[in-house]
Design a protein around this ligand. Structure first.
Ligand code: TYM
Length: 332
């Protein structure tokens, strides 16, 4: 049976890429599969966090996941630190994964930049924790954006290495599930950079809590080029900003890029941006409103997280115990 697991960092400011690349797919999957969704606060502290802000962001991101359509009566929603199996399994996997595998991780290289030596050890072993997240539930499918693909592949390598190291067929090899049409939503200021909540410019992204005026202003200011919209998707290949706006339109309206191009071929970006603004406001407006409402009802969110942690623990704990047994830990 397929079991879905995915995670999201509690760093506030959920943005359109999180919604289209991840949360919306999480919601879609809940009707067909057992789904477990996690706010990854252990991952968050791989870079310095203000403790109070981390607590608020954890609730806020949980609110965003729920407002984005993930139904807590169908799925398990919880925060990672409340289920100790994640950290415990990480240690076992730290002893299975090889340094060479981690040295290949592009996200670490990007985040560390030139100051590799100054990073926390946690930032380096971050993908090992991600593997433990998934495999603590023996999850088979992981809905993520394109940027997480390498980490899921590492999870497969770790699962396979564990199995062969101990001669067992214990962990499944999880599959990344990447939604093609919204795999990589790019910055509104630079079509070659991914949209991200950590970008210093707020104009680079649409936040899930942005109201109609902000959305309109950001789309109006979004970088484009002087040409009108082309006739075919191929003609967008060398035009990253134009391609990104069309991709966002397609993803929000659940149509293909080709279909959107056919409708707007030959039209200018002024006209296209007005249509995109209308679409974004109608689609994201109710989600932002519900997220704001949940933020004023912290007890409601906390109750969901508490119940979620209990259910998550009930699945992960026996899997962890079995893994410990396989490794040879003497249980007294
Ligand atoms: P995070 O918090 O950076 O992002 C959460 C999800 O949003 C997707 N995403 C995007 N998709 C398309 N376009 C974008 N511009 C964009 N920005 C973000 C991400 O791909 C991700 O799916 N390491 C993970 C969290 C994690 C996890 C896990 C995921 C921890 N454990 C286990 C899956 C399974 C992260 O930092 O995601």
């Amino acid at each position: 049976m397929n079991r879905i697991f995915s995670g999201i960092q509690p760093s506030g400011n959920l943005q359109l890429g999180n919604y289209l690349g991840a949360i919306r797919n999480w919601a879609r999957m809940q009707y067909d599969y057992e789904c477990i969704y996690c706010v990854v606060d252990l991952h968050a502290i791989t870079v310095p966090q203000d403790p109070r802000e981390l607590r608020t962001a954890t609730r806020e991101v949980a609110a965003g996941v729920i407002a984005g359509g993930v139904d807590p009566t169908r799925c398990i929603i919880f925060n990672q630190s409340q289920v100790s199996a994640h950290a415990e399994l990480t240690w076992i996997f730290n002893c299975v994964a090889r340094l060479g595998w981690l040295n290949r991780m592009t996200q670490f290289k990007e985040k560390a930049g030139k100051d590799r030596e100054g990073q926390s050890v946690g930032l380096y072993t971050y993908p090992v924790l991600q593997a433990a997240d998934i495999l603590a539930y023996k999850a088979t499918d992981v809905p993520v954006g394109e940027d997480q693909k390498q980490h899921i592949e590492l999870s497969r390598d770790i699962a396979q290495a564990f199995n062969s190291m101990f001669g067992v067929d214990f962990f499944p090899l999880p599959e990344p599930r990447i939604q093609a049409e919204a795999a990589r939503i790019m910055s509104l200021r630079d079509g070659t950079k991914k949209m991200s909540k950590s970008d210093p410019s707020d104009y680079s992204r649409i936040n899930m809590t942005d109201g109609p005026d902000d959305i309109a202003l950001k789309i109006k200011r979004a970088k484009t080029d002087p040409h009108s919209l082309p006739e075919t998707p191929e003609d967008l290949e060398e035009r990253p900003e134009a391609l990104n706006l069309v991709t966002i339109f397609a993803a929000l309206s659940e149509r293909t890029v080709e279909d959107v191009i056919t409708e707007f071929a030959g039209k200018g970006f002024g006209e296209f941006k007005v249509a995109l603004t209308d679409l974004a406001v109608t689609t994201l407006g109710p989600i932002g409103d519900e997220m704001q409402r949940l933020m004023t009802a912290p007890d409601e969110v906390d109750a969901i997280l508490r119940a979620g942690a209990e259910k998550a623990n009930a699945i992960a704990e026996p899997i962890l115990r079995e893994a410990q047994q396989i490794v040879g830990f003497h249980r007294l």
